[in-house]
Design a protein around this ligand. Structure first.
Ligand SMILES: C[S@@+](CC[C@H](N)C(=O)[O-])C[C@H]1O[C@@H](n2cnc3c(N)ncnc32)[C@H](O)[C@@H]1O
Length: 255
């Protein structure tokens, strides 16, 4: 049985705390994934995404079952490489990991973390923009963990078709997204519960509201059913929800 390695910060280095929206901003610009965000991103995800660690663990066990020796595993929007590191001890060693992101600072962090962890398996970190398409080949697993929501809606159908065409029969896609509820009351309540969660994680009302404003035109969530339809229309067959917490959901789709 393979043992999961617990991720540790570099010796003597505490996880840098996300205080990006702590101070009152005179003007709220669109959220971006540049250097300042990359520097605190691990803490941001840890404190902003409900059950982040558990979803990573679940993706690990599913990826381990679907990954086939001699194929590729893609993590699209891999950020600082957390998922690739979590998956490494669980997935057969002759599966090549390919992490992609359009943010060079995120990939720099990922490279740093992989090096620090002594990551040995064949892998690539590729800087590319999903809005311009993607090239997927010989894939047994593709992961989109909180990434599709940042891709322009007009391009999502084409993108998902390109992904599906590069997945081998029997391979899977793991999609985790923020979602909208079709019922406006429930939608409002779920968002309120989410902001209450963020308060429990130490974010102030001002931080929450400034970040919400910054994300408004950048993070465009679909309904869970729209995501399911998108996957079915793109060439995946069985789709099943594996995670749900208010306005967050995870779905596995098999080709
Ligand atoms: C919320 S983070 C993903 C978290 C990560 N998958 C994980 O498991 O820790 C979204 C990532 O998607 C990347 N991203 C957003 N839009 C993108 C695009 N159009 N093309 C490529 N990457 C994109 C961002 O740079 C960011 O690193």
């Amino acid at each position: 049985m393979t043992k999961r390695k617990k991720q540790k910060p570099a010796p003597g280095a505490a996880l840098p705390v996300d205080a990006l929206f702590k101070d009152k901003r005179p003007r709220i610009d669109d959220f971006d994934f540049g250097k300042r965000t990359a520097a605190v991103f691990d803490d941001m995800l840890d404190r902003s995404v409900p059950f982040y660690a558990e979803v990573q663990r679940m993706m690990g066990e599913m990826a381990a079952d679907f990954a086939v020796p001699g194929t590729n595993l893609y993590d699209l929007g891999c950020s600082t490489g957390t998922t690739l590191l979590q998956l490494d001890p669980l997935v057969a060693p002759d599966v090549t990991f390919i992490g992609t992101d359009y943010s060079a600072p995120m990939l720099d962090k990922a490279r740093e973390k992989l090096t620090h962890a002594g990551f040995k398996r064949p892998h690539e970190l590729v800087c590319s923009d999903l809005n311009k398409g993607v090239s997927i080949t010989n894939a047994s697993v593709v992961i989109l963990n909180l990434t599709l929501q940042f891709v322009r809606p007009l391009g999502r159908n084409q993108l998902m078709r390109s992904i599906a065409s590069g997945v081998n029969t029997g391979g899977c896609l793991l999609l985790v997204e923020k979602v909208l509820s079709p019922n406006s009351n429930l939608n409002r309540l779920f968002i309120k519960y989410y902001y209450d969660f963020k308060k429990r994680q130490g974010y102030s009302e001002m931080e929450i509201s400034q970040k919400r404003e910054a994300l408004e035109n950048v993070l465009i969530p679909y309904h869970a059913d729209e995501n399911r339809q998108l996957l079915l229309d793109s060439g995946f067959s069985a789709c099943e929800i594996f995670f749900r917490w208010y306005n967050f959901f995870g779905m596995i789709a098999i080709k």
